[in-house]
Design a protein around this ligand. Structure first.
Ligand code: 3PG
Length: 417
């Protein structure tokens, strides 16, 4: 048991049917029917391998795509192919989630075999809109179709999906009510690492917040500043642009138009209030970059030409952030400093990411874009810890008890093997 949650060490697995919820949500190339990245699938391998090696019949549940922001569900067939290659063992796949075909396939599994079910979000109860509208309790989630159909076939439920631990959905929080449950190895590593770092971060503790996930960034900032966890918050990307707009600094009309068009106007007021309270700890860019005729241009904040869009922090800001990160003992990072995918606007992100790799402090990174930037610059092995979760890490850092953690803890109290 760790942090009140049971681990795989507490269960005998041979001959047991294990429902294992993983997060293998990856960007998909819809035309080719392939995955553009496989980092989350690779992260799931140790748990799946251990379950199979110890003789369990492994049934994997996973989602692909979101009904909220992207409306881009996709089947999990490519994931099964990638997983088969990574494991060097066939992973069976079925285009069913909890219907008669899936249940029959589960019954036919032999010890050590692995089956991946189709996208759980094809079942409406698993969708985030459903979650937000109905707000089912975990007990009610145990009465959903998915749990009712699959739980009777299984001996154990394992959750390895830390990246989805902020979701309150039956495949994540319902099974613990009716089956013995444990966290998988990835969940254990992610949750215990971030819990330990958050509990008593070595100082100075610096947060680097960029990217475009605005609601998450603001939620987290309020907590880490309010609770005194963050000694400094270095801002970049859209987060910084919103603060600068709140302070009346000219950042190019293109940037302001983007903020308004994306309905982030409400955050301008929030940013103003936050800055009033924590100006001593929120660090804003002093210069910004934009692209004209394919070339990078820079100017101090307030002096950008009318009409341009800021796409990166400027080099003076990058140098300042580089120094702050190298002096830090703990760094939490979510989101890049700009449009790092394109050469003229990658300087800020590249500089900050190199500092993260070289700092003697412990750097924790999370979120899809942060991971993509780390891979782009070949720094994966040099970071302190890379978390598969974006939204989940942010919610965790915001001080919320994650729904899946709550369900696993409750499961540990009510269920014995
Ligand atoms: C993620 O990509 O952050 C996780 O897979 C959760 O996905 P969701 O935000 O669509 O629930």
């Amino acid at each position: 048991m760790r942090f009140g949650i049971r681990t795989l060490d507490e269960f005998s697995l041979r001959g047991k049917t294990v429902l294992c919820r993983v997060d293998m949500n990856q960007p998909v190339d819809r035309e080719k029917g392939t995955l553009k990245s496989t980092n989350r699938i690779r992260a799931c391998v140790p748990t799946i391998r251990e379950l199979s090696d110890k003789g369990a019949k492994v049934v994997l549940l996973a989602h692909q795509g979101s009904d909220i922001e992207y409306k881009n569900f996709y089947c999990t067939k490519p994931h099964a192919q990638v997983l088969s290659q990574l494991l060097g063992q066939q992973v069976q796949w079925i285009d069913d989630v909890c219907g008669p075909a899936a249940r029959q396939k589960i019954r036919e599994l032999k010890d050590g075999e692995i089956l991946l079910l189709d996208n759980v979000r094809y079942v409406s109860e698993e969708q985030t809109l459903f979650e937000m509208k109905l707000r089912l309790t975990h007990q009610q989630q145990a009465n959903t179709l998915l749990v009712q159909k699959l739980a009777p076939l299984a001996d154990l439920y394992v959750c390895d999906a830390f990246a989805a631990a902020h979701r309150d959905q039956p495949s994540l929080c319902g099974f613990q009510q009716v089956l013995p449950s444990a966290m998988g190895r990835l969940f254990e590593k992610e949750y215990c690492t971030v819990s330990q770092v958050m509990e008593a971060p070595d100082r100075p503790c610096v947060f680097v917040l960029g990217g475009a996930k605005i609601s998450d960034a603001f939620l987290m900032m309020e907590t880490v500043l309010g609770k005194g966890v963050a000694d400094q918050v270095l801002t970049g990307g859209l987060v910084a642009n919103i603060f600068l707009t709140a302070l009346g600094k000219a950042i190019g009309q293109g940037s302001v138009d983007f903020i308004m068009k994306s309905n982030y106007g409400e955050y301008i007021e929030k940013a103003g209030r936050l800055y009033e309270r924590y100006a001593d700890r929120i660090v804003l860019p002093e210069d910004l970059a934009w692209v004209a005729g394919g070339a990078r241009k820079e100017a101090p904040v307030g002096q950008l030409p009318e009409g341009v869009s800021a796409v990166d922090i400027g080099s003076r800001t990058a140098a300042r952030y580089d120094a702050a990160i190298r002096a830090a003992k703990t760094v939490f990072v979510n989101g890049p400093m700009g449009v790092f995918e394109q050469a003229p606007s990658e300087y800020g992100t590249k500089t900050v990411w190199n500092a993260l790799a070289q700092t003697e402090g412990f750097a924790v990174l999370g979120g899809g874009d942060s991971i993509t930037a780390t891979e782009k610059y070949g720094l994966t092995e040099r970071m302190g810890y890379i978390c598969t979760g974006g939204g989940a890490l942010i919610r965790f850092l915001s001080g919320e008890e994650l729904p899946v953690v709550k369900a696993l803890r409750h499961g540990a109290e009510i269920m014995k093997e």
